[in-house]
Every structure is written in structure tokens, then in C-alpha cells.
Ligand binder design. Structure first.
Ligand code: UD1
Ligand code: UDP
Length: 361
């Protein structure tokens, strides 16, 4: 079976590597859309992780949602012509996911969506639009949870729905030990274990509003612990545009984005996590790190229901209160997103959708 895997943004490199490992008995051709292109948002992941080198880089780069999606469509269409794959495999909820998904939907090729069925219910987020549309187009929907699968079935999707668990958990399990042994980042930043907060901010709603970004900086700066913030380039640009950069840099430990191994080491050593990322909310949960989410909604609703995550939006007082709340009990933490065999199930489902259930966790 020939599988054309499409990635383009940082979290997709992480999601793709455990699945690529399981695809060894098939022919996988990796397509990088080029949505992310900075060394620390892209090539570092290919250097650190066993992902095949991209056979194509579509060079899409940055742009409006419309331009980015349209360029992925136009350029990916040619690759489908050239490669004639049996399967197009897409991950998550980015513009790269949507562009490639729409191309595949109008071709005689099976579209497989990994991380299908998760919903924040917030239609103003571009990612929610992308998720819902790709789910409608997919022939095989790999849901990380039973809830996501129920959402899909209730939403009348036409593809096969399989509960696989979360491939990001597989990724984390695969690198965690190596990251802890080899990453020097915690020491090099002068941090001591469990005495700092790890923060990330990149969501459009937070970076594109001066008020929200200012409030987030204020909230993070108000806690007594060191706050380490590996800053996405759009966040740096926004801080500079609003004249907030100096204030943020003096109150927080602002660093460049880090590679996955360093990020996992930072997460493992953090006392708390504050983020507007989707993936980081789950990774905090997997590593027993209490999370404060700088958004009003989340697609990872189970992390909130189990008290490991609190939604605080951009309110400084709420951020501060949530970052000092009592820690949940790790012994009482349920397994929510599969047992680390999601990638295996995704690949099994490509051949036999009905055989790939999450029951053997
Ligand atoms: C994208 C995804 C988001 C995902 C995130 C992962 C969409 C709609 N958004 O958001 O779901 O959570 O990736 O990190 O697909 N930039 C650089 N260098 C790069 C890439 C981007 O400087 O290598 C800057 C550019 O100014 C660009 C901005 O960041 O305009 C935003 O990049 P873009 O890919 O559009 O969205 P992200 O915020 O990265
Ligand atoms: N990540 C990383 N370095 C960083 C920040 C995040 O390697 O400086 C990883 C993180 O471990 C997770 C993924 O990138 O696996 C999350 O990406 P991001 O937050 O950009 O996107 P989202 O998950 O919100 O779509």
C-alpha cells in the first residue's frame, strides 16, 4: 500500500513519527507542506526524530488562512498526480491538514484523518473549522477517544470510525527516557526540578489581541516561580508590535522554541504548565503536570473534567489563582487517551478498520 503522509506544522512532525515507524511494511512518501519552515519549528524535529525525510516540500510558508490552504491544495494536487497513492494520511487540525484533505476528497484515494472527532465547540477557532471539514471528507477516521468516536458517529460522517488512542502519547513514551538522559536544557537555563512553570503561547486569538497578550504576560509574571516561555515566532512578533517585548523578557524567561527532546525534558521537570497549545495540554496530562489553559475552550475536555487542566482564558487573576491551586492526585488519574499503541492501531486500521480497536490497552 502506498501512503502519502502530509505534515506541515510542528505538532504534526511529532504525531507522524510513531506512525511512520509502524508503516515500515508499506510504502510511505512524506510530504512537508512547508507551513512551518524555521529551523526550530521544522528541521530540528527531522534531525531528532525517526521521521523519513520529506520527498516533497511544497514551500507554502506563511500567509492568510485562504492563501495557505489554497497553496497546499494547488501544490499537493500535483504530488497526488505524480505519486498515485492508495492512501493520503493527515494529522490534526492545521491548514495543511485541510488543504491536503480537500484534495484527497476529490480523488480516487482513501483519506485517513488521525486525531479525528475532537471538538472544542468553538467555531471561531480556525482549527475547529479544519477538524470538522476534514472529518466530513475522510474515509477512515482515527479517533483518540470513545468520546471523539461518538461525536463522529453522531455527526453523520460517512467514513469508518476507529478508536485508536492518541499517537502523541506513543510519541512521548518513545522519547521520554532518552530526553531525560540527554537533554541539558533544564540545567542550562539554571532551573531546578519542579520549581518553574513552563509556558507556551501561540494561538491566534491570544497573539492577535494586544489586550489578551498583555493580560497573559501580566498573569504569568505575577507568579513567584520562574516562568520559562519558549516563544513561537508569531508571539515574539506580537510582543514586539505591541511594545510588550521588554516587559515580557524581564518578567519571564523568554527563549527560542526548543526541539521536542528539550521540550519533553522541560515539561517533565516543570511544576506546572500554562499553555494555549492543544498538544501541550495532553503532554502535561501524560506527565502528571497540572495544566492551566490560556483559552476559554479546549478540544481535550477530559483533561479538564479530571481536574488536571483548568481553562482560564487570558484573565491575569485567574491565571495566577490557577497556577497556585492544589495539585491533583496522580494516583487517581485515569487513562484517557489509549495505552501507547495508537500508531499500531492506525496502521492496522488502514488494512482492516474493524480489527483496530483500543480494547487491548
Ligand atoms: C499553526 C496552526 C495551529 C498549530 C500551530 C502549531 C493553522 C491554522 N494553525 O499555527 O493550529 O497549533 O501551527 O505550532 O494551521 N512563522 C515563522 N516561522 C515559521 C512558521 C511561522 O516565523 O516557521 C510565523 C509567521 O509570521 C506566520 C506566523 O508565525 O505568519 C503564523 O504561522 P502559521 O503557520 O500561519 O500559524 P501558527 O500560529 O504557527
Ligand atoms: N513543542 C516543542 N518545542 C516547543 C514547543 C512545543 O517541541 O518549543 C512540541 C510539544 O511538545 C508538542 C507540540 O510541539 O508535541 C505542540 O505544538 P504546538 O503547541 O505548536 O501546536 P498545537 O498542539 O497547539 O497544535
Amino acid at each position: 500500500m502506498k501512503v502519502l503522509t502530509v505534515v506541515g506544522a510542528r505538532p504534526q512532525f511529532v504525531k507522524a513519527f510513531p506512525v511512520s515507524e509502524q508503516l515500515s511494511r508499506h510504502e510511505e512518501v512524506l510530504v512537508h507542506t512547508g507551513q512551518h519552515y524555521d529551523e526550530m519549528l521544522s528541521s530540528v524535529f527531522f534531525e531528532e526524530l525517526p521521521i523519513p525525510d520529506p520527498a516533497y516540500n511544497l514551500g507554502v510558508g506563511s500567509g492568510s488562512h485562504a492563501v495557505q490552504t489554497a497553496q497546499v491544495m494547488e501544490r499537493f494536487d500535483d504530488v497526488v498526480d505524480e505519486e498515485a497513492p492508495d492512501v493520503v494520511l493527515v494529522y490534526g487540525d492545521t491548514n495543511s491538514t485541510l488543504g491536503a484533505g480537500l484534495v484527497a476528497a476529490k480523488r480516487p484515494v482513501r483519506l485517513v484523518h488521525v486525531e479525528a472527532g475532537v471538538r472544542s465547540g468553538d467555531w471561531s477557532m480556525p482549527e475547529e473549522v479544519n477538524r470538522v471539514l476534514v472529518d466530513q471528507c475522510a474515509d477512515l477516521l482515527c479517533a483518540p477517544t470513545d468520546r471523539a468516536a461518538e461525536t463522529l458517529r453522531a455527526g453523520d460522517v460517512r467514513g469508518d470510525v476507529v478508536v485508536t488512542g492518541d499517537v502523541m502519547y506513543d510519541a512521548l513514551l518513545a522519547v521520554r527516557e532518552h530526553a531525560l538522559e540527554h537533554s541539558a536544557i533544564v540545567d542550562s537555563l539554571g532551573l531546578t526540578g519542579e520549581s518553574y512553570v513552563l509556558a507556551t503561547v501561540h494561538r491566534e486569538r491570544n497573539t492577535d489581541s494586544e489586550d489578551r497578550l498583555r493580560s497573559i504576560v501580566e498573569g504569568l509574571a505575577s507568579v513567584s516561580a520562574t516562568v520559562v516561555l519558549p516563544a513561537h515566532p508569531r508571539t515574539v512578533a506580537a510582543l514586539e508590535e505591541y511594545g510588550l517585548y521588554e516587559e515580557a523578557a524581564s518578567a519571564l524567561e523568554l527563549v527560542d522554541p526548543v526541539g521536542y527532546l528539550d521540550f519533553v525534558a522541560l515539561l517533565s521537570g516543570a511544576e506546572r504548565v500554562a499553555t494555549d497549545s492543544g498538544g501541550v495540554q495532553k503532554e502535561a496530562f501524560y506527565l502528571d503536570r497540572p495544566c492551566v489553559t490560556l483559552r476559554e475552550t479546549t478540544e481535550w475536555t477530559e483533561t479538564v473534567e479530571t481536574s488536571w487542566n483548568v481553562l482560564v482564558g487570558a484573565d491575569p487573576a485567574a491565571i495566577r489563582t490557577a497556577l497556585t491551586r492544589p495539585l491533583p492526585n496522580p494516583a487517581a488519574k485515569p487513562t484517557l487517551y489509549g495505552g501507547g499503541k495508537a500508531a499500531e492501531r492506525v496502521v492496522r486500521a488502514l488494512s482492516h478498520p474493524s480489527a483496530a480497536t483500543a480494547d487491548d490497552d
